[in-house]
Design a protein around this ligand. Structure first.
Ligand code: ADP
Length: 675
């Protein structure tokens, strides 16, 4: 894909535009896709349903015409029974009439006349009877099969008829005799060779026989069905031709030999033979019917083209035909496909109407959905824009402020979390800034302290140096007497000590800063050590005429206690604390208390001096710090002593603390590890 293509559909650089555009595209695409799928589904469904409906309708029609044909078959069946019963009752009544006459003659003349005479009277009486048709005449035969009276065949009289057969080769007389051996009367069907066999009729003969036991005779009468058949067939044809169903449907009826009986809803009167006539329309249709009649006695459907009544155009037709075997008839009915198509079209139109309605509903629902989606997108947009906006403002303002985000104002959890993180960042920044300011102030203070320290130091160094130089000069003066010179030397020495201690302090503090300060622990006899301190300070204070201070040390038990510590460093610490106590006390006492507690030794130096304000009690342990700047004027000092002591105490395994009340005095206390 060329690069330019992407350039043209460039993704917007604005997140919210991008997001809303994407959402709109996705929503519209999804909606259209859903609509498309639903409409296609509807159309497929419609096609399926309409096909199904067409099929169902055709099936319906087929069942319908099948029913109609079956009904007509039932009707013909019933009429046939009635028709046969009519013939049967006719010949039966003829035989009964003859037998009744014969019996009455017999009863009248039995015993009065001879059998031969009576028989002759009976025959004479019967031959005089008038019947509607010749075949209805009554015949008489013996039950052994010898002809007695056959009005149409006089040659049968006195003849053995046992071998007489009908057209199918059935022994007619024997069958009659056999029937009468079981019953006293009965009917028999058989075919006779008749001229009528060529016609479209069954060519069937029905016989009724009844015993006349008085003379071992039986009486009979026979009738050709054909004689009544045309009337019967016409009745049926008339009835069937009058049947109409649904859209002008009618019933057709043909004889299997090709003769139409009812055609196009009318009784056929012409001389057309569908079998012999070989046109393109009627003959093939008849052949189909014939095929069904021969092979499917239960009936069957067939399809062809036929004209409607009073029309000449050929139309597709589906028919059902079923044979009425007994008379070789084929009865059928059909429906024209185009009529069905019209109905199907109507059905489809109503279906399409329904489909259009449901598509309209789908479209309406989708439009509502689109509107709903648009509203949701709008609100979503508005909210996250507002959230973004809060962040922009926050970052914009936070350059020079510590304003925090109001988390509760955010709509979305992600923004809330980001907001919390941003607030934490602000808190951190604030802390860092505070620390920086503090550090800066510290650095400035340290700088200031260092300058003060240096100024102070130069003063502290210059004082003993001046003394040393001054007294050295005086020593050079020959005029000074020896006693004075001795005082000068001791003063030079004292100031030298001060200078040395000052330099030692500076070295120590430098070591502390370089983390090089160390202690060397050795066994120390505590009693001896404290005794030396006691002697030293008692003497020192005695020599100070400007001070009225007693030095006290708590009496230790009179036994030798050895501890493991750095003696010179412990002395340095106590010198610092006791030195300070003396320095800041004009009168009263300075006392040192020592006690042993397990493996620790506790020290405390208490004075009745000027005390330290509470707010300065912590800072005095830092280097260069002096509780009150005014002090240095009055008391001198470098502000290093406590800082060095604190470090040394920590190296000896302890801690230092102070409690003090300005004007009343101070108590410095510490403990060290004793082994
Ligand atoms: P310096 O004594 O040389 O100034 P230090 O570190 O020993 O330095 O003491 C720091 C400060 O603590 C002193 O300047 C003083 O203000 C205060 N201080 C120390 N000990 C005492 C005390 N016993 N009474 C009153 N103030 C004291």
């Amino acid at each position: 894909m060329p690069y330019n293509f992407f350039k043209r559909i460039a993704i917007p650089s604005n997140i919210s535009t991008y997001l809303s555009q994407t959402l709109i595209i996705i929503t519209v695409a999804t909606t259209l896709l859903t609509a498309g799928v639903l409409i296609v589904q509807q159309t497929l469904f419609f096609n399926k349903i309409s096909q199904q409906k067409s099929k169902e309708y055709i099936e319906d029609q087929k069942i319908y015409i099948q029913e109609i044909v079956k009904n007509e078959q039932d009707y013909i069946q019933l009429q046939n029974i009635v028709f046969k019963q009519r013939i049967n009752s006719k010949i039966k009544s003829n035989v009964y009439q003859a037998i009744n006459l014969a019996e009455s003659i017999y009863q009248r003349y039995d015993g009065k006349k001879s059998d031969e005479e009576i028989k002759a009277m009976i025959i004479a009486t019967i031959s005089s009877l008038k019947f509607n048709m010749a075949f209805e005449e009554v015949f008489i035969s013996t039950l052994d099969g010898v002809g007695v009276y056959y009005p149409r065949k006089p040659e049968f009289t006195g003849k053995d008829l046992n071998n007489f057969q009908d057209a199918n080769g059935s022994p007619v007389i024997q069958e009659e005799i056999n029937l009468l051996k079981k019953d006293s009367e009965g009917f028999l069907d058989y075919n006779m060779n008749s001229d009528k066999a060529l016609e479209n009729s069954p060519n069937k003969k029905i016989t009724f026989v009844k015993k006349f036991s008085q003379y071992n005779w039986y009486f009979g009468s026979k009738q050709y069905v054909d004689d009544f058949f045309p009337e019967f067939r016409n009745e049926i044809a008339e009835k069937i031709s009058s049947v109409r169903f649904r859209h002008g449907g009618y019933i057709f009826m043909n004889h299997m030999n090709g003769t139409p009986i009812v055609m196009d809803g009318k009784v056929y009167k012409g001389d057309l033979n569908l079998l012999k006539n070989t046109d393109n329309v009627r003959n093939p249709v008849f052949l189909q019917q014939l095929d069904i009649a021969m092979n499917k006695p239960e009936g069957g459907f067939f399809y062809y083209k036929w004209n409607k009544i009073n029309e000449t155009i050929l139309v597709d037709k589906c028919s059902y035909a079923q044979p009425f075997k007994e008379y070789g008839w084929i009865i059928g009915a059909g429906f024209y496909m185009d009529e069905i198509e019209t109905t199907i079209k109507n059905q489809q139109a109503s279906l399409r109407n329904d489909q259009q309605k449901s598509i309209l509903i789908i479209v309406l629902i989708l439009i509502c959905l689109l509107i709903l989606e648009a509203v949701i997108i709008y609100h979503f947009n508005k909210r996250y824009k507002a959230d973004f906006e809060r962040f922009f403002n926050f970052f914009f303002v936070s350059q020079n402020s510590f304003n925090k985000l109001n988390i509760r104002e955010f709509y979305f959890d992600e923004f809330k979390k980001a907001g919390e993180a941003a607030n934490k960042m602000i808190v951190l920044r604030e802390e860092i800034q505070d620390k920086l300011i503090e550090e800066q102030e510290r650095a400035m203070e340290s700088d200031r302290l260092k300058s003060a320290f240096l100024a102070n130091m130069s003063h502290e160094i210059r004082t003993p140096m001046n003394a040393i130089l001054g007294f050295s000069e005086l020593l050079e003066d020959e005029t000074q007497d020896e006693a004075d010179k001795a005082v000068f030397v001791s003063l030079i020495r004292k100031n030298g000590d001060i200078l040395l201690s000052l330099i030692n302090d500076i070295i120590d503090i430098s070591k502390i800063e370089a983390n090089l300060l160390s202690v060397r622990k050795r066994p120390v006899l505590l009693n001896k050590f404290l005794n030396e301190i006691n002697v030293h300070y008692t003497e020192t204070l005695a020599s100070k005429r400007d001070k009225n201070i007693h030095f006290r040390i708590n009496p230790m038990e009179n036994q030798t206690v050895s501890i493991l510590t750095d003696e010179s460093r412990l002395r340095q610490i106590l010198d610092n604390l006791i030195g300070n106590a003396i320095k800041f006390t004009r009168e009263g006492s300075v006392s040192l208390e020592v006690n042993i507690e397990g493996d620790r030794v506790n020290f405390s130096v208490t004075d009745t001096g000027i005390g330290i304000p509470v707010d300065q009690q912590a800072s005095i342990f830092e280097r260069f710090i002096q509780a009150n700047q005014g002090h240095k004027i009055n008391f001198g000092g470098t502000g290093l002593g406590l800082a060095i002591s604190k470090n040394l105490i920590e190296l000896l395994g302890g801690n230092i603390g102070v409690e003090s009340e300005p004007g009343k005095g101070s108590r410095f206390y510490f403990s060290i590890q004793a082994n």
